[in-house]
Structures are given as C-alpha cells and as structure tokens.
Design a protein around this ligand. Structure first.
Ligand SMILES: [Zn+2]
Length: 462
C-alpha cells in the first residue's frame, strides 16, 4: 500500500499537497512520531524527560492533588527520568476519585486549547471524571493515524466497527450508522472511503445480517464479540464475511481468543491497547503479536509488587504518565491492568519503541487459586459456548465467588440438561486444574451482562 497523498487546501498545488492548518498540525506530529519510533532508547528517554519536566512543574504549581507528590521528583535533575518517576507516589483510581476538583488544574497554558470533561465508564464502582484538551486530542488523533499507517490500511476501502455506542448516539438500530469517511484521524488529511458502525448490543443475528449487507474491508470490535459471532455463525451454518483485517479493542486478546478469531474469520487480528484516561497506550507491532508503547505521549511502567520495574518477561501492574494532559494530569496513574514487558532493542519491524510482550487484563480478571497464587485463567470460556450450541448459549461468564467456588453464569435459549451441566463442570475443572467447586446459573438480565462490559471472567476476591 503506497503512502497516500494528503488532500491539498490549495487547488493549484496538488502535489506536493499544501494541507490546511489543522491537517498540517496533525501531519507534523505524525511525522515526528515516524522518526522518534526509530530513536535510540537514550534519545527517547531524553525527550520524555524534557516533557515530563514541563508537566511536573505545571502540576506542582497548578494541580492540588500533585503539589506534594511531585516535590521530591522536582528536586532531582530533569535528566534523571527513572529517579524522578520512582520519587512520585503511584495514584490509584480511588486516589483520583477522592481528589475530586483537586485533580483539575487551576490554570491551563493557552496553547493547550479548549478542554472538555469526560467520565470513565469503568466496569465497577464510581466513574472517574477528568478532562481532555485540544492538545491531548491532537496527540490522540496522531496515534490513531499512526496505527492505520503502521498496519498499511488502504484508506479508499470501507471501514466498519461493531462496538458500544455512546448514549448520545441514540437508540441503536439494525441499520447502524453510516459516515462518508473514516473519521477525523484520517479524513482530516486524506480522502477516504466510507465508515459504517453498528452497536454491539444488537443480537448476533442482527450483527451478522449487517455484516453480510455492509461487508466492511476492516472491522473493529471486541474480541469476545468476534468470538461470539464466529460461534453463532458456525452454529447456524452461516458463512462469516471475510474482511482484510480485524482490529480488536477494549478487552484483553488472549492467545486462545486470537487463534479462534483468526481461524474462524480467516484474517489477521491486530490489537490496540487504549484507555479512556490516556488514549492510545500501545499498538500491536505490524510484524508480530507483541505491542509497541506510544512512548511519545505516555510513559508506561510495568511494576512488580515492590514498586520496581519488572524485568523482561515478568508480569506486573501498568502505571502510566500521560505527558500532554495538563488539565487533569495523570502522573504515575495505576490503571488496574497487568502486562508483561517485552524484549528491548530493535524490533523485527525496525522500530525501537519499548515493547509489551502481553497485556493480561485487570486485577479483577485474576483467578486466586486455593493456595493463594494468582493467575490469569485460560478457561476457554469464550469458546465454551460452541459446546452447548444446542441450548442456544450466547454468553458465558465465570465469576470466582471464593477460593473454592467458581460460578458459571449463562445466557442461553434454555437451561442446560443434566448431562450438559455435568459436561460444563468437567471442562471447567479440567481447565482450572485446582479442584474448584463449580456452580451454574442463568441470567437473561441485560444489566448483568452490561455491568462487566465484555469480561468473560472476573473474581469477587479482587
Ligand atoms: Zn515491531
């Protein structure tokens, strides 16, 4: 796929194009990213240290929550990035909720532009209110564009997404929503094909009908939804459309769900690691299944139980510092996710950005074994539905109720027979290998399924 030519804002100057002001800014940021992704680690750290220094000075002066927290760091030289980070206490989500208005900067430098408030729709507990500026949006768009360019997508084709719609979009319909282009990250610069969107709250039948009708070339959705559609199509004997590429968002892609999706849909899965608070955190490498950290906009640390950076291959807590949000700064913010740092050095794709070997999910997605060990389970919950297709099983969620009891909740056309329930217990026990007692229950309550978003497993013990 040759690099596309930007749209020109000057009719008599088509090549090289003379883009308009907004497109020019986005392209200018994207151009820098295309260079910095090949810098040496020392060059990247030096640039991060410079921007972190600006953020810390601003936070110390204008943001009550951080005033005390960054004092010790600011006493160290700006170049000592690791030392400065280690000197700042980690803020959890509840710390930031407790901070309330104290998280908001009293003054914002004019160059950050206008700001708008947002609320995380976290799967549990109280939402977190924060704000984004024109500057954070510009960086968000540049990273979004970067993802499209990395994966070599052809902008002239049709982009599709099946995902949750914000309430503002109104009641979801089976027709979905049609846009003339791919949205601002692409269409503000390049000509593009249409974008089509459907709500993931519709039934698998409605989603499959829409896919057959629209046949998008690229499809974005949640891994669990793509597995559910594959299972459903298989059970009904319906063929899945074959997009060029599936793009996954919003949930952890396990090796198991990746294999299931790629074989059923017959195309490659590329995953994005994002969060509402800080936008793009990492993108899947075009040459593998690991991720590259968006190190120009976030400092992403993976920390062990003692708060020290994890070695390559060791899992730990994800802590992020968003370098451009000056209105509600996120400085050493613990997201609640777990990840495994990948190999340092130059990647097969030629980039040098730090890597994550795997993203494991959230604290509440960890299973506690009877001996107290915590693991991320591989029950194959997403693929279990297929075993019970006769009962019209649409979704299965496993909840750890105690160190001895796992409850499997099913959304199904009918209750399982005794033989089917025995089979489900057998599979669950074989896969957990820890002698759990297994309870089975049924729920058709949309509120229950919505509450945990798309999580297939979570633990009450977290
Ligand atoms: Zn790479």
């Amino acid at each position: 796929m040759p690099a596309p030519t930007p749209r020109t804002a000057s009719p008599s100057l088509a090549f090289p194009a003379f883009p308009g002001a907004e497109a020019a800014r986005l392209l200018a940021i994207q151009h820098q990213l295309s260079l910095s992704e090949r810098w040496t680690p020392a060059e990247l750290r030096a640039a991060q240290a410079r921007q972190l220094d600006l953020l810390l000075r601003h936070a110390a002066a204008e943001v009550p929550h951080y005033r005390e927290r960054v004092t010790a760091a600011l006493a160290l030289p700006a170049e000592d990035l690791a030392g400065r980070l280690a000197a700042i206490p980690v803020s959890t989500r509840s710390d930031l909720q407790a901070a309330g208005e104290g998280l908001r900067a009293r003054r914002l430098p004019a160059e950050h532009g206008k700001f708008a408030t947002a609320t995380t729709t976290g799967s549990t507990g109280e939402p977190l209110r924060f704000a984004r500026t024109s500057a954070t949006n510009a960086v968000w768009l540049a990273n979004a564009l970067r993802e499209y360019l990395w994966q070599g997508r052809d902008f002239s084709l049709k982009l599709g997404a099946i995902r949750m719609f914000p309430n503002a979009a109104g009641e979801p319909t089976e027709e979905g929503i049609r846009q003339p282009d791919w949205g601002p990250s692409v269409a503000s610069i390049y000509p593009s094909g249409p974008g089509v969107y459907l709500s993931s709250s519709l039934t698998p039948d409605a989603q499959l009908r829409w896919l057959q009708r629209e046949r998008p070339d690229y499809l974005t959705s949640y891994p669990s939804n793509l597995v559910a559609l594959a299972d459903h199509a298989e059970a009904r004997g319906v063929a899945l459309p074959s997009p060029r590429e599936l793009r996954t968002i919003g949930e952890t892609v396990t090796p198991e769900s990746r294999a299931r999706i790629e074989s059923a849909w017959g195309c490659r899965v590329t995953d994005c690691y994002t969060c509402e608070e800080a936008g793009y955190l990492a993108l899947q490498c075009p040459a593998g299944t690991h991720y590259h950290v968006m190190a120009e906009s976030v400092i992403l640390e993976v920390l062990d139980d003692g708060g020290n950076p994890c070695a390559t291959g060791r899992e730990g807590r994800v802590v992020v510092t968003h370098l451009t949000n000056f209105i509600t700064p996120f400085i050493r913010y613990e997201l609640g996710d777990f990840a495994v740092p990948g190999e340092p050095g130059t990647c097969a794709c030629g980039r040098t950005l730090p890597t994550l070997a795997r993203i494991l999910g959230r604290r509440r997605n960890r299973l506690t074994l009877p001996d107290g060990t915590r693991v991320f389970p591989t029950f194959g919950i997403w693929t279990m539905g297929k075993e019970f297709a006769d009962a019209g099983v649409r979704r299965i969620r496993c909840i750890q109720r105690s160190t001895r009891l796992l409850e499997f909740v099913l959304q199904s056309g009918r209750r399982l027979t005794e033989a089917e329930e025995a089979r489900l217990r057998e599979i669950a026990q074989a896969k957990s290998a820890a002698g759990f007692e297994v309870a089975i229950s049924y729920s058709q309550d949309p509120a229950f399924w919505k509450a945990g978003k798309h999580e297939a497993f979570f633990s009450d013990l977290a």
